[in-house]
Ligand binder design. Structure first.
Ligand code: PEP
Length: 249
């Protein structure tokens, strides 16, 4: 089976903690108006929790899906401030990021917690987008594959059935929001390393996105790489035209 043929391109926008009702309305209107330029690519946006209802109703019928940026590993209970996957699933959430580097770094999320969150999402019918990636120091020390393996270990341990319901996102921490991008070959090498592990487990078709300062100007060369199945886009997803140009690349 040629898994490249069955892996449909996927581009997800991560709005991070940005937006107001007014700015979101303009962005969503721009996305809906321009989405016709995008073909053969799944397109989604992950917005802050308070705006998910706005995003959901504005994108209805557009073909663009939506998701959250994080979830709790718990289904319900005394966890003040947390939002569960069952709650998100209750109103049609399709995706959730888990283990974004900002969550790992600023909120101390462990590799095991990230895997637990992925399980919770899958149980609720939500596709987790599991983010992994090394820091600049780790990359400089030649430890990229070691770090990726460590972060992936509890996720791979979930087995083929769970993995087939996930998306992975390789996001080198040094490239997120910095304007620095991994070269297409650097990104491809890590994606191929991840793909080899997925293949060993019988799930080579799992989509692997690249994230880190993706823009319309570098998307074409990144997407030309055989193991890059799309992108997780931060800053550039806040500008409708730029985001759609990435998805159309
Ligand atoms: C991200 O937030 O996941 C991201 C990749 O951000 P940026 O595109 O701004 O680097």
């Amino acid at each position: 089976m040629n898994t490249a043929l069955v892996r449909k391109r996927l581009v997800i926008g991560n709005w991070k903690m940005h937006g107001t009702r007014a700015s979101n309305a303009a962005l969503l209107t721009g996305l809906c108006a321009g989405v016709a330029v995008v073909h053969d690519c799944d397109l989604a946006v992950c917005a802050p929790f308070p705006y998910l209802a706005q995003v959901s109703s504005s994108l209805a019928g557009s073909g663009i899906s939506w998701g959250a940026q994080d979830i709790s590993k718990h289904e319900h209970g005394a966890y003040t401030g947390e939002v569960s996957s069952t709650m998100l699933g209750d109103f049609g959430c399709k995706w959730t990021l888990v283990g974004h580097s900002e969550r790992r770094t600023l909120h101390g999320e462990s590799d095991q917690l990230v895997a637990d969150k992925a399980v919770s999402a899958i149980k609720a019918g939500i596709t987790p987008v599991v983010c992994i990636g090394e820091t600049f120091a780790e990359q400089e020390a030649g430890r990229t594959n070691e770090v990726i393996s460590r972060q992936l270990a509890p996720v791979l341990a979930l087995g083929a059935q769970s993995l087939s319901q996930m998306v992975l996102a390789y996001e080198p921490v040094w490239a997120i929001g910095t304007g620095l991008t991994a070269t297409p070959q650097q990104a491809q090498d890590v994606h191929a390393f991840i793909r080899a592990q997925l293949s060993e487990l019988g799930v080579p078709q799992v989509r692997i996105l690249y994230g880190g300062s993706v823009k319309a100007s570098n998307a074409v060369s990144l997407f030309a790489m055989s193991d890059i199945d799309g992108a997780l886009v931060g800053g550039a997803s806040l500008v409708a035209e730029e985001f759609l140009r990435i998805a159309a690349a």
